[in-house]
Design a protein around this ligand. Structure first.
Ligand SMILES: [Zn+2]
Length: 279
């Protein structure tokens, strides 16, 4: 079982104080988002392989150094797959990225256009995408909304990634959180492009929306392009698995369509890392 979306960071060091306060909106209550290795690994018990990253986004006050992620991965190198952060609005981002991959051994990239305040189609991203294609590095993009007040929704829309996939057809991309609440846009993008996927992390806490997302994915026949993730520490593993397995509870015994066992178990057993080109 694979988890394609987890974080490591220390909120007292890597977040601006305003960001720490705004993060309360994520689950509607104050959260301690600092990730501790022992607790993290205990939570990740069901997974053989876990993708872990921080975030670099100066605009909204996140800055997790790649070295920090690499050191975290070193504690469990057989199971953890570290991804670099990258903020193309900041000087030296390509040098930082090549160092993270070639010296620190990170195997993919996390980008947060809404957090860092850039359009993913921006020219500054072109060398990033070219490098990722050349090195076979997948990119997890945050897509859809978030809680930070200064984060521009305009650059969160899943349809923006259609143009990137047309320009870079070999680029492996994961559109995180199914682009919530713009999930229909996300589903049509992943349907068109063989190497574009979406993850379902951090969606179960809106059960009606989550149910509708998975029904729409079935109707568009793209459930094989959905990957399991938890967005730890925002959500933990057991509640994420339970939220998925119980997704039909919201409709009770009504005659509405049901999310199938095949969809649910497919999500829990998919070989996501191979799909993303990670060996
Ligand atoms: Zn996340």
């Amino acid at each position: 079982m694979h988890n394609v979306h987890t974080h490591t960071w220390d909120q007292t060091v890597h977040f601006d104080p305003q960001t720490v306060r705004e993060a309360d909106l994520a689950r509607g209550e104050p959260l301690d988002l600092t990730v501790r290795f022992e607790a993290f690994m205990a939570d990740m018990d069901p997974f053989d392989r876990i993708v872990v990253f921080g975030l670099k986004a100066r605009h909204t006050g996140y800055w997790v150094p790649d070295q920090y992620v690499a050191d975290f991965v070193t504690c469990a190198p057989k199971r953890l797959v570290g991804f670099a952060g990258c903020d193309p609005t900041q000087p030296g981002y390509m040098a930082e990225l090549t160092y993270a991959v070639e010296e620190l051994g990170l195997q993919g990239l996390k980008l947060g256009p809404i957090y860092a305040g850039f359009d993913p189609r921006d020219e500054r991203c072109t060398p990033i995408y070219a490098y990722c294609v050349e090195r076979c590095l997948p990119i997890v993009f945050h897509t859809g909304t978030t809680f930070n007040r200064d984060a521009p929704l305009a650059v969160s829309r899943p349809w923006l990634f259609d143009e990137i996939a047309i320009r870079h057809p070999e680029l492996r991309m994961v559109l995180a959180h199914l682009g919530h609440p713009f999930y229909e846009e996300c589903l049509v993008v992943i349907r068109k492009h063989p190497h574009v996927y979406a993850d379902i992390s951090a969606l179960f806490y809106r059960p009606w929306q989550f149910y509708n997302m998975l029904i729409a994915a079935q109707e568009y026949r793209v459930t094989h392009k959905l990957l399991f993730g938890t967005d730890y520490p925002f959500a933990d593993t057991q509640e994420s698995i339970d939220g998925l397995r119980n997704v039909n509870h919201v409709i009770g015994n009504s005659p509405l369509p049901r999310v199938t066992e095949e969809t649910i178990e497919g999500l829990l057993t998919r070989d996501s890392l191979t799909l993303l080109g990670i060996t």
